[in-house]
Design a protein around this ligand. Structure first.
Ligand SMILES: Cc1cc2nc3c(=O)[nH]c(=O)nc-3n(C[C@H](O)[C@H](O)[C@H](O)COP(=O)(O)O)c2cc1C
Length: 172
């Protein structure tokens, strides 16, 4: 099956997963900035990867638009974030980013990334500083306190094993 991975990554977590997928599947792998150089209709399986920012999967609208022209193909979205894979927010994020109809055509996969303050643009650093400040002022539950502790510094939770369900789906 001819497969392509298209990915959009600000600080490297989604790129890491895209590169692992390319190694596993020996398929094409193209960054979002080069999206106009590829003809998606030539592929049977297409996976779009992107980071999640303030509850939104970046550039997902672009992929959804392409998906309308790719009926019958195997379509997946892998999205990375800082939250752990068992967080209830993963399902909330899926519900908020996809309609039930979109979910019939596109299968979403959440992959934990991390936080990379060194690679963040100034705007994102400021947003994270605001989020930490807000949590500090209002962190009542132990869950929020743990979250605040976790986001103080950079961390990397990428794991190659977490790609297995997505690999299975793309290989079917
Ligand atoms: C401003 C900002 C907002 C973020 N919002 C979320 C979020 O809503 N949920 C989440 O799980 N992670 C969030 N993250 C963490 C990123 O999703 C995570 O670092 C992701 O793996 C980035 O992928 P990329 O480096 O490939 O773009 C946020 C990070 C930043 C800097």
């Amino acid at each position: 099956m001819k497969t392509i991975i298209l990915y959009c990554s600000k600080t490297g977590f989604t790129r890491q997963y895209a590169q692992w997928l390319q190694e596993e599947l020996r398929c094409d792998c193209v960054p979002f900035s080069e999206r106009n150089t590829v003809d998606l209709s030539q592929y049977q399986a297409i996976a779009f990867g992107s980071g999640c920012y303030v509850g939104k999967i970046r550039k997902l609208d672009w992929f959804k638009k392409q998906a309308q022209k790719l009926r019958g193909k195997r379509l997946a979205v892998f999205f990375t974030g800082a939250m752990p894979p068992d967080a209830p927010d993963v399902h909330r994020l899926e519900r908020e980013n996809f309609t039930p109809e979109e979910l019939r055509a596109i299968k979403p996969f959440y992959l934990q990334g991390g936080l990379n303050y060194k690679q963040m643009c100034l705007k994102d650093k400021l947003l994270m500083a605001g989020f930490r400040k807000m949590l500090k002022a209002h962190a009542d539950s132990s869950k929020e306190k743990v979250m605040l502790q976790n986001i103080q510094h950079s961390f990397d939770k990428t794991s190659r094993e977490s790609l297995l369900p997505l690999l299975d789906y793309l290989r079917q």
